[in-house]
Design a protein around this ligand. Structure first.
Ligand code: TMP
Length: 218
C-alpha cells in the first residue's frame, strides 16, 4: 500500500492547470508536506526526450496516431517506475500535470483510436499506479483557442505538433474528458477554470484538503 498521495491535473490546452500545480505545490510545502511536481509527457530524462519528439522535433510531422499513443505511454511507463512509485512509497505528494486521462482524451477521442486498445496500453504502462484524485480543468473553447494562438505567436520557434491540430480535434478531446468525468465521478473532479487564478485555486484547495490527512508531514 502506498503512503503518499497522487493527484493528476487534466484539461485541454490553455486551461491554466500548470499554474495551479505550482500554486498547490507551494501551499502544500508551506504546510510541511513533501511535494513532487511532474509533467507528462516528460518528468524523467528519457521522458523529456520523448516529449521533444512528440511535440517540438522538426522530424515529427509524419507521426502516426499509433506511434503517438505508444510514445506517450513509454514516457509514462518510465515516469511511474523511476519517480512516481518511489515517491509515493516514501509518503510524498505527487502532483502530475497530465496523466493517463489525457491519453484517453487525446489519443482515444481526439485521434479516434480504439478505446479498448488505448485502455490496454495504459494499463500496461501504469499497472497499479493510479491517481487518488484527478482535477479536470474546463474552460470555454474560445479561451483555450485564444491561449493556444497566443502561445504559438509568442513562441514561433517552438512549434508544437499537437497544438497545431484543428478545432474538431480539440472538440473531441473535450468530449473525451467529459465522458471520463461522467464515468468516474469519485476520482475525477471537474473544476470550472475560467475565473481568476485565486478563484480557481480556492476551488481546488477545497477539493484537495479532504485528501490530506492520509499523508504525513515533515
Ligand atoms: P502540455 O504539457 O503543454 O500540456 O503538453 C502536452 C501535450 O501532450 C498536450 O498537447 C496534450 C498531449 N498529451 C497527449 O496527447 N496524450 C497524453 O497522454 C499526454 C500526457 C499528453
Amino acid at each position: 500500500m502506498t503512503k503518499g498521495l497522487f493527484i493528476s491535473f487534466e484539461g485541454t490546452e490553455g486551461c491554466g492547470k500548470s499554474t495551479q500545480v505550482e500554486l498547490l505545490a507551494r501551499q502544500l510545502r508551506v504546510l510541511g508536506h513533501r511535494v513532487r511536481t511532474l509533467r507528462e509527457p516528460g518528468g524523467t530524462p528519457i521522458g523529456e526526450e520523448i516529449r521533444h519528439t512528440l511535440k517540438h522535433s522538426h522530424a515529427n510531422a509524419a507521426m502516426t496516431a499509433e506511434a503517438e499513443l505508444l510514445l506517450m505511454n513509454s514516457s509514462r511507463a518510465q515516469l511511474v517506475r523511476e519517480v512516481i512509485r518511489p515517491a509515493l512509497d516514501t509518503g510524498e505528494i505527487v502532483l502530475c500535470d497530465r496523466f493517463y486521462d489525457s491519453t484517453t482524451a487525446y489519443q482515444g477521442y481526439g485521434r479516434e483510436l480504439d478505446l479498448e486498445k488505448v485502455k490496454t496500453v495504459i494499463d500496461f504502462a501504469v499497472g497499479e499506479t493510479r491517481p487518488d484524485l484527478t482535477l479536470l480543468f474546463t474552460v470555454a473553447p474560445e479561451i483555450s483557442e485564444l491561449r493556444r494562438a497566443m502561445r504559438q505567436s509568442t513562441l514561433p520557434f517552438m512549434r508544437d505538433r499537437i497544438e497545431e491540430s484543428d478545432r474538431k480535434f480539440f472538440q473531441r478531446v473535450d468530449q473525451g474528458f467529459a465522458a471520463l468525468a461522467a464515468a468516474e465521478p469519485g476520482r475525477i473532479k471537474v473544476v470550472e477554470a475560467s475565473g481568476s487564478v485565486e478563484n480557481v485555486f480556492a476551488k481546488i484547495w477545497n477539493l484537495v484538503q479532504p485528501a490530506l490527512p492520509k499523508v504525513g508531514r515533515w
